[in-house]
Design a protein around this ligand. Structure first.
Ligand code: ATP
Length: 333
């Protein structure tokens, strides 16, 4: 069901935590609320769930205003940070916990949705952390809620497991046709899972959009550096050209003449062995297999960190030239 959060405001002890937050989650969509620790994202989720009351504003699920309703009347499914399964109940009984008797088919259906068909008779301690988290999702989906709320659901998992479990969780949510809100501070998680990302900072939603659009056109320098890596350089813009340590770069901020900053993604730098006019020396190479990060100290004294293919032959000390590809983001001060 469609979820609409309208102008929600909340303070704790006089300190504002949410300031006029509005968010629309279309039916069947997965929206990630992404922000640093303490920005208010869990509070927003708790207000949608009904665990916390907003000071002002409204929450609508489907065509029902649920603002004053307790959690159990809202038709929300919740996947918490840690699976929190009942340890003495089988997987099937955990999933069927809130369902009427005789819901065995629905339990089996939900276990299949999360890729755990046949696991019903196991006990929680017989599952891996990732499997437990998928059972928690099956339990949240079982009563066919209008919306599924996921509160940093992969925090307890180690990194390699997190990537595969989040793929499984996204696939299960899509198979179930669920409308979902995911709260996370992990930008890679938000970008890879969500249909829409809502970036939150200090109680405000500062930008909403598809992962690709938020990455490509961050609303401000804060979003640019929070979403992915960025090299930020002082610049001066005039007539569509931003002049900075990397030379004169055409930018896309209309009519923004004057001092400011350019923000460049590490993959925008092209390194070569020729003199490009912007030259420097390789300081460090971090090899990741599929790619590498090359830190270059330019002759101007500025340091940049570029992403290149993993098989590039650059070594610390090597002289190289730098060019910049793609769209240049300029932010006036
Ligand atoms: P994290 O990722 O660390 O969980 P968050 O972005 O989810 O952070 P919230 O948990 O929503 O942030 O908290 C936002 C702010 O509100 C924090 O400063 C927190 O200390 C405060 N806060 C949250 N709940 C309460 C409460 N019940 N009473 C008082 N202050 C609270």
């Amino acid at each position: 069901m469609k979820v609409t959060v309208t102008e929600v405001t909340k303070s704790f002890g006089g300190t504002p935590v949410l300031i006029g937050c509005s968010l629309v989650v279309e039916e069947g969509q997965l929206v990630a609320v992404l922000g640093p620790s303490g920005c208010g994202k869990t509070t927003l989720l708790r207000i949608v769930a009904g665990f916390e009351r907003a000071d002002a504003g409204a929450v609508t699920i489907g065509d029902r205003v649920v603002t004053g309703l307790p959690p159990e009347k809202r038709g929300v499914g919740i996947v918490p940070q840690e699976a929190a399964l009942f340890p003495h109940l089988t997987v099937a009984r955990n999933v069927g916990f809130g369902l009427p008797r005789g819901s065995r088919d629905r339990v089996a259906e939900c276990l299949e949705l999360v890729g755990l068909a046949g696991f019903g008779e196991r006990m929680p301690h017989e599952l891996s952390g990732g499997q437990q988290q998928r059972v928690a999702l099956a339990r949240a989906l079982a009563p066919k809620p209008g919306v599924v709320l996921l509160d940093e659901p992969f925090n307890a998992l180690d990194r390699s497991l997190r990537v595969s479990v989040r793929d499984d969780v996204r696939a299960a949510l899509k198979r179930a046709g669920a409308t979902a809100v995911l709260v996370t501070h992990d930008q890679e998680e938000a970008l890879s899972m969500a249909d829409t990302v809502a970036v939150m900072r200090e109680g405000r939603i500062v930008q909403k959009g598809t992962p690709a659009s938020v990455y490509a056109a961050p609303h401000d320098l804060g979003v640019a550096t929070f979403i992915g890596e960025a090299v930020v350089l002082q610049a001066h813009a005039a007539g569509g050209i931003a002049s900075c340590a990397l030379g004169d770069l055409p930018h896309h901020a209309n009519g923004a003449d004057g001092p400011g900053h350019v923000a460049l993604r590490p993959e925008q730098f092209e390194l070569s062995e020729r003199d490009t006019g912007v030259n420097g020396r390789v300081e460090r190479v971090e090899f990741f297999g599929h790619d590498a990060a090359v830190t270059v100290r330019l002759d101007s004294g500025t340091t940049i960190r570029a992403r290149t293919r993993g098989d590039m032959p650059y070594r610390p000390g090597k002289r190289i030239g730098v060019t910049v590809q793609g769209k240049i983001l300029f932010y006036p001060v």
